[in-house]
Design a protein. Structure first.
Length: 567
């Protein structure tokens, strides 16, 4: 697939000033300036984040109300229900809050509730409120949900149940009638950092509670590895407070992990140090699989179990769910690709809309992302859910998917989502009309360039720049994630040494040279580009750097993303 290369530019005066202060490789300085780091002190905080730099939780609107309501519940021996969503952010949030309350309150007056993905749907549910009412709970702490549940929280209020909402999703104009709403995205909330995940908001409540009841804040830090897992999985920016929490959360995950992380690492066969990518691609999918394939309650049970043996039994269930999820994902993706390849109308559209009644509802969003990897265009994958069709949509970078779905509302029973992802339900007889309308809307509004994948390139470097010192500084820029992605480099006028070759039929093992310096690299699924190497002409390559370990020897290698003939 053809890709667009976009080499970022930065302010030259800011770059010169930072270069004068740091005196490190100009390419790294350029990356820092691109990421808003322009002074020595900002760079120091970036490379050496400190927990004491975390913001005061009392700056968050309604924090005092939330803490006081929980302390009143303690005083009156009320029953407290911790309620969270079925994804990683929700289940880790619940595990942190429930574990903290269990240590500092009466365990027999506590419980947690995770709504079932298919019976109850996303967020606060009527079934959950009825469960609380039937079992005598007078306070619900909702985590990673609740900000959009004004009617349901109003219903709870009529039953004499108070809500404390801890959420990070964008509030509507009408807020729920909760006794306290903790959400830094509220217009009148003065909390300095707006990009916390749901678990991050819950963590701030735990730190405030710790402060109020005279517990050392280090007890709240016991949950940093779970908060880091939520940050990684929820794709929030890895800047500011999130980066500090993720940095120390990874440290804890490697030195003294929650038993759930320890057990899932063991089952995944991880023997090396945990990095943020392990949380994203190894831990998070297994936690999410519980809710996708079965019931997410067991994910919380895994995180809060008191012995490793008990934890491992729940982890094995999640591991098994993930195996089922991968099989469903693979089979559905294969079927969907065959449908597109064999349908001339679908192939020539600027969108993909596919449906089969037997596809598993829990993986249609993942399948939509897989289809975009091959056909880079806005994609909807639908399945049968009772008497209606239900599905997920995913976008390409830069295109507002929600607006496109909104424009098709006359063909839908319901829909929701945001810029990059959405969900919808529709009647079976509306499938063809929706499919056509969606393609018509996207075709009329999308910039054709957005249908060509873009590679954002941070800086140009020479092979002579690539050494252990350079790589060591890159490692100190971790953890990587949104708004602090792993740096992507370009090197120009590169020659093949003659030793590059195709391996396992689909990958390329590179051996490349620039100014008599030879570096090896790997290009996954790039065998279709091998003819460019065989042309024996100078190449421009786009790559990241990582470390290859072989026979206990470590070498810096290129991880090639794309290449083309030099101009």
């Amino acid at each position: 697939m053809q890709k667009r290369w976009n080499l970022l530019e930065c302010d030259e005066s800011n770059l010169s000033a930072l270069q004068e202060s740091l005196k490190i490789n100009p390419a790294i300085n350029k990356i820092l300036v691109e990421r808003g780091i322009e002074t020595y002190n900002q760079a120091k905080l970036f490379f050496r984040p400190q927990l004491n730099e975390l913001h005061d939780p009392w700056l968050m609107k309604d924090m005092k109300k939330a803490v006081n309501r929980i302390l009143l519940a303690f005083e009156n021996h009320e029953k407290i229900l911790v309620f969270g969503d079925y994804d990683v952010d929700g289940t880790t949030s619940v595990a942190c809050m429930f574990s903290f309350l269990k240590k500092n309150y009466l365990p027999e007056l506590l419980d947690f509730y995770i709504p079932h993905r298919y019976r109850e749907g996303y967020g606060v549910s009527k079934m959950g409120i009825d469960f609380a009412n039937e079992n005598g709970f007078s306070l619900i702490i909702s985590l990673d949900c609740g900000i959009k549940s004004a009617d349901l929280i109003g219903y709870a209020k009529t039953l004499g149940i108070d809500f404390i909402v801890c959420d990070h999703h964008l509030p509507d104009e009408i807020l729920p009638p909760a006794v306290a709403i903790l959400n830094p995205k509220q217009k009148d909330c003065n909390y300095p950092y707006k990009e916390l995940c749901g678990c991050g908001v819950g963590f701030k409540l735990i730190t405030a509670l710790s402060n109020k009841i005279g517990i050392d804040v280090s007890e709240a830090f016991e949950y940093l590895d779970l908060v880091a897992t939520a940050i990684a999985a929820d794709i929030v920016p890895l800047t500011g407070e999130n980066r500090t929490i993720a940095y120390y959360g990874l440290k804890k995950a490697n030195e003294n992990p929650n038993n759930g992380i320890k057990a899932l690492s063991h089952l995944s066969g991880l023997k090396k140090e945990l990095h943020i990518t392990n949380l994203v691609f190894m831990i998070a999918p297994r936690v999410n699989a519980a809710g996708r394939m079965d019931d997410a309650r067991k994910a919380v049970q895994m995180f809060i179990a008191e012995t490793y043996e008990e934890t491992l039994s729940f982890a094995e269930m999640l591991h098994s769910d993930n195996t089922d999820r991968k099989e469903a994902d693979s089979n559905i993706t294969e079927e969907a690709l065959a449908m597109i390849d064999n349908d001339e109308i679908l192939i020539n559209r600027k969108t993909t809309v596919v449906f089969q009644p037997h596809w598993h509802k829990g993986v249609v969003g993942i399948v939509a992302s897989r289809l975009i990897e091959k056909y880079y265009r806005p994609t909807v994958v639908l399945t049968k859910s009772g008497e209606v069709l239900a599905g997920s949509a995913r976008s390409v970078r830069g295109f507002n998917l929600y607006e496109a779905i909104h424009a098709c509302r006359e063909n839908l029973l319901g829909y929701g989502g945001h810029f990059a992802a959405a969900g919808m339900t529709l009647l079976p007889e509306q499938f063809e009309a929706f499919s056509s309308k969606f393609d018509e809307v996207v075709s009329a509004t999308i910039d054709p360039l957005l249908l060509i994948p873009e590679i954002i390139i941070d800086a140009e470097i020479k092979f002579k720049d690539i050494n252990s010192t350079f790589y060591s500084i890159l490692c100190q820029m971790e953890p990587y994630g949104p708004e602090n992605m792993r740096p992507v480099f370009i090197a120009k006028n590169i020659s093949d040494t003659g030793y590059s070759k195709i391996v396992k039929d689909i990958h390329i093992r590179f051996s490349l040279k620039q100014d008599n310096i030879v570096i090896t690299g790997i290009g996954f699924n790039m065998s279709d580009k091998f003819h460019l190497i065989e042309a024996k002409k100078p190449l421009d390559i786009v790559f990241t750097l990582d470390e290859n370990e072989w026979n206990e020897q470590k070498n810096i290698q290129l991880k090639i993303i794309d290449l083309r003939l030099s101009e």
